[in-house]
Design a binder for this molecule. Structure first.
Ligand SMILES: [Zn+2]
Length: 224
């Protein structure tokens, strides 16, 4: 695929700060995982698209720790990343944040995962691609926006809801680049666990469980 990171380096002053961290972190993570994979399956862990090559979950909420990425096509630039450091929203008065959880009294299933996030926290792109849309998640509620990222090369598509977008439509992002900040849901859902909603369509165009696809969220789409 096209090296989105290179485009970012040229276009975005913030990316120049983030990407060296991204690349160092990804390299370190792959080294660690590579050793584990090598031990487990005798050195067959070099395929870059192998889902086994996910990094271990971050243990702190620092900015650097959440930049756990995966390079799908081996071009050295991240294609999948964990948007925030926190795990999946558990059960609260409004339901569970797990993928497929019941919504609207069972009339529909939750299309993504809700990742716990504090208002104002940085939110990073779950996939590499181009920002294809931003807009309001709920009509007039303008502080709760969504960002859509599309990548015709990896064929992934993602939406992240309840953010204040920090990117313009048409700009390119590597997975792990900041796309906005989390917002407070308190005014709309009093008492809810504050979160961002992350939806991912995989290479076949179907909704996938982001908890199982994005690195650093082991079992994140669990059956809570
Ligand atoms: Zn949700």
């Amino acid at each position: 695929m096209m090296p989105f990171g290179l485009a970012n380096l040229a276009a975005s002053p913030t990316a120049t700060k983030v990407l060296p961290v991204l690349r160092r972190t990804a390299f370190a993570a792959l080294c660690v995982v590579g050793v584990k994979v090598g031990l487990l399956i005798g050195g067959q862990g070099t395929a870059t698209a192998n889902p086994v090559l996910t990094a271990p979950p971050p243990v702190t909420a620092s900015a650097a720790s959440i930049v756990v990425t995966k390079d799908l096509d081996g071009d050295g630039w991240p294609d999948l990343a964990r948007p925030v450091a926190h795990n999946v929203r558990g059960v609260d008065a409004y339901g569970s944040g797990a993928f497929g959880a019941s919504r609207d009294g069972g009339r529909r299933a939750h299309r993504g995962v809700d990742l716990v996030a504090a208002a104002g926290e940085a939110v990073r792109s779950p996939i590499s691609g181009t920002i294809t849309r931003t807009g309001s998640a709920y009509g007039g509620q303008t502080n709760l926006q969504f960002v859509e990222i599309t990548n015709p090369e990896t064929r992934y598509k993602a939406r992240v809801l309840y953010v204040n977008p920090g990117v313009a439509t048409g700009s390119k992002v590597a997975a792990g680049d900041q796309i906005g900040t989390a917002q407070s849901l308190a005014a709309r859902y009093a008492g809810i666990t504050n979160h961002v909603h992350v939806e991912v369509k995989g290479r076949h165009g179907d909704l996938v469980n982001p908890g199982l696809v994005l690195p650093g969220l082991p079992g994140g789409g669990g059956r809570a």
